[in-house]
Design a protein around this ligand. Structure first.
Ligand code: CUA
Length: 316
């Protein structure tokens, strides 16, 4: 898994590779100017020690104008032209035939992800995790349901703001399978720091299997514990906000949970989606992520939490 600023310079797709190339060239240009300026400074200091003849004073003025003005202007102008020409290649976001179409909606504080259903019918809803096939580009439609968020997966592409009432496009392609982390890159309120997205890049056939599984409705609970967990889900009115397609339809306030058990994290990267994580999250949302729209269900006893976790975990 990649994260942090270092991943900008370890690209995993063509757009990020271009951004890394431009970054390295700009860093090299800046280093050139720095070394030249420091060299001149050292030379001038060295010469000052000796009493200056009138001719030498003239020559040092030439050095200052040449080294302090002409060289930096020439290098910066060259970098500016390079960056404008080369850098603009990477921001073209026009979709092409064969691109996978995915819409991503930023919300306080999670990511709604929707895929077109290959078999027709309504979109496939997921959350906080985008799956992509390696080597095939996806055209993302980026939007926001509330305030301005920003979509940024440093290993794959540059940053694009998600603005309410407007769909921005981003063409995203990953060369190799892997998991790439993306933080929300625009301050969007209390839990901006806990708004993490994961892009999971699968081999193409694994991706097709994943998409078919996501399109399917939820599996009915198996076993007594999961069956009781489903009853707790119903009694606590979780379905008022969360849809579990085929079992509880209609809820749209929170993430779709039809296949929540197949995701790696809950709460946009806050806790692991394993049985302990489900129970911890449901009982202590407001402790783990204060201000999130979901209340803490700390009135539930340990047994209810455990069976609820068993039900949710089975939603693969
Ligand atoms: Cu969403 Cu910051």
């Amino acid at each position: 898994m990649s994260s942090g600023a270092a991943s900008v310079l370890t690209p995993a797709g063509p757009a990020a590779a271009l951004a890394a190339e431009v970054s390295w060239v700009l860093i090299a240009g800046a280093a050139l100017i720095f070394v030249a300026t420091m060299g001149l400074l050292a030379a001038v200091t060295w010469r000052r020690r000796a009493p200056a003849a009138p001719l030498a004073r003239d020559r040092s003025r030439l050095w200052l104008v040449g080294g302090g003005l002409v060289v930096p202007v020439a290098v910066l102008a060259a970098l500016f032209v390079y960056q404008s020409v080369r850098g603009s290649v990477g921001v073209a976001a026009d979709g092409r035939r064969g691109d996978l179409v995915v819409s991503v909606i930023g919300r306080m504080w999670w990511w709604e992800v929707r895929y077109r259903n290959p078999a027709g019918g309504p979109d496939i809803a997921a959350a906080n995790e985008i799956h992509l096939p390696a080597g095939r580009a996806a055209l993302l439609g980026l939007n926001s349901g509330d305030v301005i968020h920003s979509f940024w997966v440093p290993s794959l592409a540059g940053k694009v703001d998600m603005v309410p009432g407007r769909v921005q496009q981003l063409r995203l392609e990953a060369s190799a399978p892997g998991i790439y982390r993306g933080p929300c890159a625009e301050f969007c309120g209390d839990q901006h720091a806990r708004m993490t997205l994961h892009v999971v890049v699968d081999p193409p056939d694994a991706f097709e299997r994943w998409l078919r599984a996501q399109a399917a409705p939820a599996v009915a609970p198996r076993g007594a514990a999961a069956e009781r967990g489903r009853a707790v889900f119903e009694a606590q009115r979780c379905a008022g906000c969360h849809a579990v397609r085929g079992l509880f339809d209609g809820g749209t306030g929170g993430p779709d949970l039809t296949h929540v058990g197949s995701r790696a994290f809950l709460g946009a990267g806050t806790v692991r989606a394993d049985p302990a994580g489900f129970a911890r999250w449901v009982a202590g949302v407001q402790h783990l992520k204060p201000g999130a729209r979901m209340p803490s269900y700390d009135r539930l006893d340990a047994e209810s939490l455990q069976v609820l976790a068993a039900f949710l975990e089975q939603l693969q």
